[in-house]
Design a binder for this molecule. Structure first.
Ligand code: ATP
Ligand code: MG
Length: 194
């Protein structure tokens, strides 16, 4: 509107305003997509369940995040044991993708992500070397729209819905989620796949 009304006229100001508008539009798009995802999760009570080897389902998701990983030069260290679970394949993607996106977004440059699937413990763990989560925030991060550092989350395009989606899926299948984190050192999210 400011460009249209010629309040903003210089090329630099115009370019800044366009970039800001694109960033906000992308964030709005993400909020809408995440809200639609949550709402469809809440309504689709009959999701086809397959026997999926979770250790085989994860590598393609990691590959799809290659650009984001490269941008921060983050190394992924994977340790997989076969683990078959009865789950909907879209749900596996949402669960793993949201945890991985966070492990990248809240990591440091040149950091690492450890992905472990244990057949003995029936667990999936995504561990990062990022900013960590305080004891107080640990209980709140799964709430819809909750973001620890609102200013920074807006900066990196966060909507605060990713972990709400993770929690919804975990509850649906009766999986427990364990969060182990130290401020400034990193966080580990473990899903107990029963
Ligand atoms: P979105 O997932 O929609 O992009 P988001 O990442 O901000 O947005 P959530 O994934 O729900 O939202 O996470 C909620 C908040 O929890 C984040 O804003 C962040 O402050 C904190 N958080 C989540 N994962 C981590 C992590 N691995 N390390 C540190 N903080 C985290
Ligand atoms: Mg997230």
């Amino acid at each position: 509107e400011m460009i249209k009304d010629e309040i903003i006229t210089t090329p630099e100001e115009t370019s800044d305003a366009i970039n800001e508008t694109i960033k906000e539009a992308k964030r709005m798009r993400k909020i809408i997509l995440n809200m639609l995802e949550l709402s469809s999760l809440e309504n689709e009570n009959l999701r086809p369940i397959e026997q999926i080897d979770i250790s085989k389902a994860i590598p393609p998701i990691v590959s799809s995040l290659e650009i984001e990983l490269k941008e921060k030069n983050i190394k992924v260290i994977e340790h997989y044991e076969p683990l078959f679970i009865g789950i909907n394949s879209d749900d596996v993607d949402k669960l793993v993708r949201n945890l991985l996106e966070n492990a990248i977004k809240y990591n440091k440059d040149n950091g690492s992500i450890f992905i472990t699937v244990s057949s003995k413990n029936k667990t999936l763990t995504v561990k990062d070397t990022g900013i960590g989560i305080s004891e107080e925030d640990k209980t709140r991060i799964f709430e819809r729209f909750y973001r620890v550092n609102k200013a920074r989350s807006v900066e990196n395009g966060g909507t605060g819905l990713g972990l709400a989606i993770v929690k919804y899926i975990a509850n649906y299948y009766d999986y427990d989620i364990e969060v182990d984190s130290t401020l400034g050192k990193g966080s580990a999210f473990t899903i107990h796949l029963q």
